[in-house]
Design a protein around this ligand. Sequence first.
Ligand code: CNA
Length: 392
Amino acid sequence: MASSGSDEDKRQKGESSDDKDNDTSSKARRRRNSEDEGTVDMIRRYLAEKLGFFDDDKKEVPEEKTKVLTEASVDGVIKYIEEHNCRNVITMAGAGISTSAGIPDFRSPGSGLYHNLEKYKLPDPQAIFEIGFFRHNPQPFFTLAKELYPGSFKPTTCHYFIRLLNEKGLLRRHYSQNIDTLERVAGLPAEKIVEAHGTFHTSHCLECRQEYALDWMKERIFSDSVPSCEKCNGVVKPDIVFFGENLPSRFFSCVEKDFPKCDLLIILGSSLAVQPFASLIDRVTKECPRLLINREKAGQRDRLMTLLRIGSGMDFDSDNNFRDVAWLGDCDEGCQMLADKLGWGDELRKLVTEEHARISKEQKEEASKRQAKHPSGQKKSEVSNPMKVLNM
Ligand code: CNA
């Protein structure tokens, strides 16, 4: 559902509707800012004296900012897309674009994976995706992989919006941290996707590097066994990037080519907490607008760094911000709103309805084939994974 203009404005600015509260909080903010500026000035002088930073005749050099957007709002971004005839939009996505498909993200309180891993008795929640822990105990990862197996879920409105961006000729590349392959399922061509944290599509033996295909891995995951290499008996791991592993080389080569050309960056459903992916927001030029669509603000500059005018990141709230926009809410709603404003709203709704119907049909056919092959196994997995009953 598209939100009304006024609701949207409140969300973008993160304001409450209570004017009195606003007045008090803006006074408090001004006081805090001036205290900060005093402290920062002291630090600047100290750094200037001791380390020779900022010492070019002690003059304040205001940070130069080009007025990229006529207004730092979603409407400003839409106007910019139309006036600049954008053809090099980059989308950057995180787990938040797939939560409405039923796949939990990492960090959302209550529903995020990190809050629901007690049963695996891990030293800490992140361990399930750490390569060192996996080598020592791969079972928890494969138990989770069965629950979250790609192919059991449908892409979201947000995924189909990215596909439309491409079909309308606006998309340069989509960078995803997700491993659920829903971008591919949504019909985005492989050359337009950079799966920064790898994919389930292929797997390799950790010892001899023998490659295995998706179907081979799927069979092992669904038979509740830890996949072992047919050549050397080593553990076989899907090619998703664990903490402690390098990102695929395609990530680095595409970043070099794409980001200097980017004419609009849209960040969708990410806490921007995982590096090096998060730092991509600073690889676009200073004239490139950045729109965040997320339930919470993310990727913001550190306050002290902002005052010192070093460092980088999103700058949603300063008075001279003319390029960073935060639209706070659900990705599907935000993308439908963008599509409506771009005049593609009905096309997006139709695409989602038709594709979901097609996928449901395919999933039903696959489920009945599997039931015919393993009648008792199917029952067991339906009981242990209620999400699959809904989706297949
Ligand atoms: P994260 O750190 O869990 O952050 C998710 C962000 O999305 C948070 O800021 C949420 O508030 C926000 N969010 C959640 N649902 C929605 C929604 N419907 N609409 C708008 N915002 C929403 O996840 P990141 O992707 O930032 O972290 C990177 C990790 C997560 C990568 O290494 C991924 O591999 C990993 N991951 C991927 C999946 C997947 O493939 N679907 C699932 C879980 C984790």
